[in-house]
Design a protein around this ligand. Structure first.
Ligand code: CAA
Length: 379
């Protein structure tokens, strides 16, 4: 067992840290307050290679491993989880799904631009009545010969109005259940494709979350990913890797809050000494650091499993389940360490606390992760 990061890993980590501190930190409070999408910052992230990190360089990606991705996600998420969800969805749901299952034509047409960040993508599975119960798709993709006729509504779509390419999961043959579901590449601007209003959210407020409406959208057959009926497995397989991204996001939110708590506790004085000298605070910091270290190891284990082509369904779900709880617990305690200052925006920890919550919900709630884990255990 080797816990040593390579020179390359350390360089990626450092580049992400530097980018987060210099480019994402300024304005993060205002973007959260006004729900402003970090458009310029995302463009720069694309230029630096953070949006297609694991994609083969022949399709414009960075050709890096999943460990590098986890390290970069942690650093970006310490500062701006709204930017890191864009990074996670584009890397692990959209780029990975297309690279793994797309045709060569689809890769040439879409992946090359997604991996460089020239355009960004969205992954559209959730519906008003199909969240955790993802097989209950009401969106239909009727087979019309050389195209699918797409009708329905998708909800809570990350990059909803900023994406150019949408991977849409829809039911073609209801009699076949989940084996009758397809995954289609839908382009922004296709006739009948409408973007609904932006969601007003508790956290990750800088990210762009919308419902999407499809009314008789004609999607060419060549835009289907995989064989007819592969759509549900496409979604599950893609989400298995996506969960490593969200786990690392949760890890970053937690470690960002922890670092702020340590800094504050060395500055703030109470009862004549820095509050870090009080055991009440020391114990909180010790718990935070221990939990974060455990979350980090789970994230890296899942990344290692993926990089070594081992099964990462269980390890990814464990990483997400645990890291998202650590994010919630740590950010709540970080606010507590800051006292009244923690409750106001300037100190960042209240935002991190609000941002943490979504990591227990999207890409499979914590309860869904427990289903995935226990099914693996009891196989
Ligand atoms: N890889 C490939 N195939 C898989 C798979 C995987 N990881 N997991 C399951 N499958 C296959 C199964 O083998 C099965 O196929 P067969 O019947 O042919 O064997 C098929 O998928 C159905 O599987 P289940 O019977 O296990 O399906 P289920 O109805 O019991 O559901 C579930 C399983 C785990 C609960 C699943 O519905 C699920 O993950 N739900 C949560 C959905 C989710 O994560 N949504 C997040 C939305 S995306 C998002 O949030 C993105 C964003 O913008 C941030």
């Amino acid at each position: 067992m080797n816990f040593q990061l390579t020179e390359e890993h350390l360089a990626v980590q450092e580049a992400a840290r530097e980018f987060a501190q210099t480019e994402l930190l300024p304005g993060v409070i205002e973007r959260d307050e006004h729900q402003k999408f970090p458009a310029e910052q995302i463009k720069k992230m694309g230029e630096l290679g953070f949006l297609g990190m694991m994609v083969d360089p022949k399709y414009g990606g960075g050709g890096m491993d999943t460990i590098s991705y986890v390290l970069a996600m942690e650093e970006i998420s310490k500062v701006d989880a709204s930017a890191s969800v864009v990074m996670s969805v584009n890397n692990s749901l959209v780029c990975w799904g297309l690279e793994k299952y797309g045709t060569e034509e689809q890769k040439q047409k879409y992946l090359t631009r997604l991996a460089t960040g020239e355009i960004i993508g969205a992954f559209c599975l959730s519906e008003p009545e199909a969240g955790s119960d993802a097989t209950s798709q009401r969106t239909t993709a009727e087979d019309k010969g050389d195209y699918y006729l797409l009708n329905g509504t998708k909800n809570w779509i990350t990059n909803g109005s900023t994406a150019s390419v949408y991977l849409v999961i829809a039911q073609t043959d209801v009699a076949k259940g989940h084996r009758g579901i397809n995954a289609l590449i839908v382009e922004r601007g296709m006739e009948g494709f409408e973007i609904g209003p932006k969601e007003n959210k508790l956290g990750i407020r800088g990210s762009d979350t919308h419902s999407l409406m499809f009314t008789d959208v004609k999607v060419p057959k060549e835009n289907r990913i995989g064989e007819d009926g592969f759509g549900f497995k496409f979604a599950m397989s893609t989400l298995a890797g996506g969960r490593i991204g969200i786990a690392s996001q949760a890890l970053g939110i937690a470690s960002g809050a922890y670092e702020l708590a340590v800094k504050y506790s060395k500055e703030r004085k109470a009862f004549g000494v820095e509050i870090a000298k009080h055991q009440a605070i020391q114990f909180k910091l010790a718990d935070m650091a221990t939990n974060i270290e455990a979350a980090r190891l789970l994230c890296l284990q899942a990344a290692y499993d993926k990089d070594t082509h081992a099964d990462y369904g269980k390890s990814g779900a464990m990483a997400k389940l645990f890291a998202s709880k650590v994010a919630m617990d740590t950010t709540i305690e970080a606010v507590q360490v800051h006292g009244g200052y923690g409750f106001v925006k300037e100190y960042h920890v209240e935002r991190l606390m609000r941002d943490a919550k979504i990591t227990q919900i999207y890409e499979g709630t914590s309860e869904i992760q427990k289903i995935v884990i226990s099914r693996e255990l009891l196989k």
